[in-house]
Design a protein around this ligand. Structure first.
Ligand SMILES: [Mg+2]
Length: 281
């Protein structure tokens, strides 16, 4: 496994798509030194977009969080979240009724602000589901895992609804060796139980890549060959980038360790174009 210098790879591209968690930040906050890399990319006029599977916060809230951590020049429009994609989908496809959700009020507020009514799953009356038109998995917080997951299963047994998963990540790291179960993991559990397939947003699906690419090309002229996708997770970032047809860099600063990388690459068949320790050097 050949480990290369991120900076010397990145400078060959016009655009760099960066995953957030495991690349720019981790459970400790901002990864020490990423500011220099962002400065380096800016100094070479390389365009940056952050593509994150986080659906719990809006673009503005994400940008503010980077500012608080010390990345002061990250702009709102440079951040693309899976929540934005889910929001767009809901606005186009669900035109009446109430949208039931699992997640925090904050996530519901920004994703479901399309004018449609939304209702936390716990407030639904299973005996009267006439006006419920969709179910959305927004966040792993904001509900009771015991009662509300059981209730979700019953809801979907009683009524056939479109189900949208705003963040497909099955889990996310909370310390060096521990993960927490994420929205995508809960959704997967229910999909398996009910033998159903939900509509998933976030990497590795292409929606965020398409959005970022279209937005770049609305003002400029960029080819896929001029874009580099950088991430710490083979199944999300690298698979997503490979499917979209851009070059990919796996960094070893998050989900995938140096020890595990060769085996994970071999067993998954997901092959990054480059492997770097982190984005720092
Ligand atoms: Mg990540």
């Amino acid at each position: 496994m050949q480990i290369q210098s991120f900076l010397s790879i990145a400078e060959q591209f016009k655009v760099v798509f960066l995953d957030s968690y495991g690349v720019l930040k981790n459970y400790n906050g901002l990864i020490h030194g990423v500011r220099h890399t962002i400065d380096f990319l800016r100094s070479r006029d390389i365009i940056i977009r952050v593509l994150t599977n986080d659906a719990s916060r809006s673009q503005l809230q994400q940008a503010e969080s980077f500012h608080r951590l010390g990345l002061h020049d990250i702009q709102e429009h440079e951040i693309i979240t899976s929540g934005m994609m889910a929001k767009q989908f809901l606005e186009q496809k669900i035109t009446n009724g109430k949208i039931a959700y699992l997640g925090t009020e904050n996530s519901a507020h920004y994703i479901l602000q399309s004018g449609l009514e939304h209702i936390p799953l716990r407030d639904i009356d299973l005996r009267n589901l006439d006006d419920i038109s969709a179910l959305v998995f927004l966040d792993d917080e904001g509900f009771d895992w015991n009662t509300d997951i059981t209730k979700t299963v019953n809801l979907l047994r009683h009524k056939n609804l479109p189900v949208i998963v705003a963040n497909s990540d099955k889990f996310y790291p909370v310390s060096k060796n521990e993960v927490a179960v994420g929205t995508g993991g809960i959704a997967k559990l229910i999909e398996n139980m009910l033998d159903r397939k939900f509509i998933h947003f976030g990497k590795p699906d292409s929606q965020m890549f398409i959005y970022a690419y279209d937005e770049l090309n609305s003002t400029g002229n960029y080819n896929r060959s001029e874009i580099l996708m950088v991430g710490d997770t083979l199944q999300a970032d690298i698979l997503g980038g490979n499917k979209f047809g851009v070059k990919t860099t796996l960094v070893l600063s998050g989900n995938t360790s140096r020890e595990d990388a060769p085996l994970q690459i071999r067993s998954s068949g997901i092959i990054p174009d480059y492997i770097c320790e982190s984005i720092l050097t």
